[in-house]
Ligand binder design. Structure first.
Ligand code: ARG
Length: 475
C-alpha cells in the first residue's frame, strides 16, 4: 500500500507544479526522461514576459487585487534578474515554468501560488515557444536578407564576366556570373517570402486556452495579444494547445533554406576546385589539412552542405511527432522545441559564414575566359543563326551537330574548319556569310526578361534590389 508521504522533494529544490494526487514521487528514471529544463530554459525571457502579461490580465479580471498584481510583477522582474545572473545553471526543476514559479515563491512567498490561476503549462508553453519563434524568425529574416544582399552586391560587380552554365554538370551555354549568382538569390528570396508567410501564422496567441477548454476567468485575450505583440488570438482552445503545425512550417522553411544553401555551397566547392579554378574562396573561410601542407579546404561550405541533412531529417521528425496524436496536448509535443531550436540555431551558424564567403569571392577572369572559349557552348547560337536564315530548328540542330563532329574528327576549332566543311554540314552556313559566334554575342542575344543580356540582367538586379527592400519578392 502506498502511504501518503505528503509533498515530495524534487531533486535539488522541492518545488513541483503538481503532486497532490500522488502518494509517491516520480521515479528517478521518469524524472530524467520527463525533464525538459535543459532544452526549454532558453525560453525564460518569454516565460517571464508571458507571466507578466498574465498577471495584468488576472488583475483586470479582478482575480488578483492591484496590490497582489504589483507584488507578482515586481517579483517576476526579480526572477528575471536572478535567471540572468545564472539561477538556471544546474537547476534540477522539471521545466522552465517550474523554475520560474519556484524562484517567484522565493521572491514573493505564498502569493506566487496565485499566478497559475486559469493558466496551464499547455497554453503557457505554446505561448512561450511562439514568442521565441517570433523573435528568432525576425532574426532569421534579417540574416537571410543579408545573405541575399551579399549575393546581389557580388552580382553587381561581375556583370561583365561570363561563366559556363551547366546542365548535367556538362557545359551548356555561357551566362553572366551575375546571372548565376542571382539564380541563388531568387531561391533564397522565395525562402524569405515563405518565412514571412509562416511567421504570420506563428503570431497567433494561445494564452487563455488553459489546459484544453479555455479559461473560466474573464481575462481579456485581446489585451494579452496586444501586450505580448501577437497579431491575433486563437479561435479554438483545443487547437491552440494541441497543434504544432507552425513548428512544422518553420522547420520546413529552415530545411528548404538549408537545401538552397547546400546547392550554393556545392557550386562554390566545385567552381573553386583546382579542376575548375573559376573562383578563389576567401582564405579566412577555408581550412588546412593536418597532413597535406598544400590544402585549402572549403570546410565551411562543406558544412553548409552537410548541415542540410539534419534540417531535412527534422522536417520528418516534426511531422511524425504530430502524426496520429489524439487531439489536445500530448507530452510528445515537448519534443517540438529541440527541433525548432536546432533548426534555427543551425541556420544562424551557416548563413553568416556563407554570406561572408560570398562577399569575399575572388573570380579568376582568365580561368573563366578560358572556360567560356568553348565551341560547344555556342552550338545553340549556331543553330539559332540557321533558324534566322530560314532553316527549321530541328534541321539546324542536326547541322550544328554534324559541324561539331567534323571539327572533332579533324581535331580543330570551328573557326579553323574550311568553308567546304561548313557547307557540308549545311549550305545555309555560307549563305549570308560564315557565322562568327562569340560568348559575348551569345549572352547579349538573350534579351528576354529573365535572360542573360546586359539589359536583362540589369533589370533583374533592379528587381532583386526591390525584393530586398520588401519582405521577399517570392517570384
Ligand atoms: N515541458 C512541457 C512542454 O514543453 C510543458 C507543458 C507540460 N504540460 C503538461 N501537461 N505536462 O511541452
Amino acid at each position: 500500500m502506498p502511504t501518503d508521504t505528503g509533498a515530495q522533494p524534487a531533486p535539488g529544490d522541492g518545488h513541483r507544479l503538481w503532486g497532490g494526487r500522488f502518494s509517491v514521487p516520480p521515479a528517478p528514471a521518469l524524472e530524467e526522461l520527463n525533464r525538459s529544463l535543459p532544452v526549454d530554459r532558453r525560453l525564460w525571457r518569454e516565460d517571464i514576459q508571458g507571466s507578466r502579461a498574465w498577471v495584468l490580465a488576472l488583475a483586470r479580471a479582478e482575480v488578483l487585487s492591484q496590490a497582489e498584481a504589483r507584488v507578482l510583477d515586481a517579483g517576476l522582474m526579480r526572477v528575471a534578474d536572478r535567471i540572468e545572473a545564472g539561477a538556471a545553471e544546474g537547476a534540477a526543476d522539471e521545466d522552465i515554468h517550474t523554475l520560474v514559479e519556484r524562484l517567484l515563491y522565493d521572491e514573493v512567498g505564498e502569493v506566487a501560488g496565485k499566478l497559475h490561476t486559469g493558466r496551464s503549462r499547455n497554453d503557457q508553453v505554446a505561448t512561450d515557444a511562439r514568442l521565441w519563434a517570433m523573435q528568432a524568425g525576425a532574426r532569421l529574416q534579417a540574416e537571410l536578407r543579408a545573405l541575399c544582399a551579399a549575393l546581389a552586391d557580388r552580382a553587381e560587380t561581375v556583370i561583365d564576366l561570363l561563366i559556363p552554365a551547366y546542365t548535367h554538370l556538362r557545359r551548356a551555354q555561357p551566362v553572366r556570373v551575375a546571372h548565376w549568382l542571382l539564380a541563388h538569390f531568387w531561391a533564397l528570396d522565395r525562402d524569405r517570402a515563405r518565412l514571412g508567410d509562416a511567421l504570420q501564422r506563428v503570431a497567433t496567441l494561445p494564452l487563455g486556452s488553459g489546459a484544453i477548454a479555455g479559461c473560466a476567468f474573464g481575462i481579456d485575450r485581446t489585451l494579452l495579444k496586444d501586450v505580448l505583440g501577437f497579431e491575433r488570438i486563437s479561435e479554438n482552445s483545443m487547437d491552440a494547445v494541441g497543434d504544432r503545425d507552425w513548428v512544422v512550417e518553420l522547420v520546413f522553411v529552415a530545411a528548404l533554406i538549408g537545401t538552397h544553401l547546400s546547392r550554393l555551397a556545392e557550386d562554390l566547392i566545385v567552381y573553386s576546385s583546382e579542376e575548375f579554378g573559376f573562383v578563389r574562396l576567401p582564405e579566412a573561410y577555408t581550412t588546412g589539412s593536418s597532413l597535406m601542407p598544400q590544402k585549402r579546404n572549403p570546410d565551411g561550405l562543406e558544412l553548409a552542405r552537410g548541415k542540410a541533412a539534419r534540417l531535412i531529417g527534422d522536417v520528418a521528425a516534426a511531422l511524425t511527432l504530430l502524426k496520429g496524436l489524439p487531439s489536445g496536448y500530448n507530452k510528445d509535443m515537448q519534443e517540438d522545441k529541440e527541433l525548432l531550436f536546432g533548426a534555427l540555431d543551425t541556420l544562424f551558424n551557416v548563413i553568416p559564414a556563407t554570406r561572408e564567403t560570398v562577399a569575399g569571392l575572388a573570380f579568376d577572369e582568365s580561368a573563366l575566359a578560358r572556360a567560356v572559349d568553348d565551341d560547344g557552348l555556342l552550338a545553340t547560337d549556331l543553330a539559332d543563326e540557321l533558324v534566322r536564315r530560314g532553316v527549321p530548328f530541328r534541321e539546324a540542330h542536326g547541322a550544328v551537330g554534324r559541324l561539331l563532329r567534323l571539327a572533332d574528327e579533324r581535331r580543330v576549332r570551328l573557326a579553323e574548319l574550311p568553308d567546304e566543311a561548313w557547307s557540308q554540314a549545311h549550305p545555309k552556313f555560307l549563305a549570308g556569310g560564315r557565322p562568327h559566334p562569340s560568348p559575348e554575342a551569345s549572352v547579349e542575344s538573350r534579351a528576354v526578361p529573365g535572360g542573360t543580356a546586359r539589359g536583362a540582367v540589369e533589370a533583374q538586379l533592379a528587381a532583386a534590389r526591390a525584393a530586398l527592400a520588401s519582405g521577399g519578392h517570392g517570384g
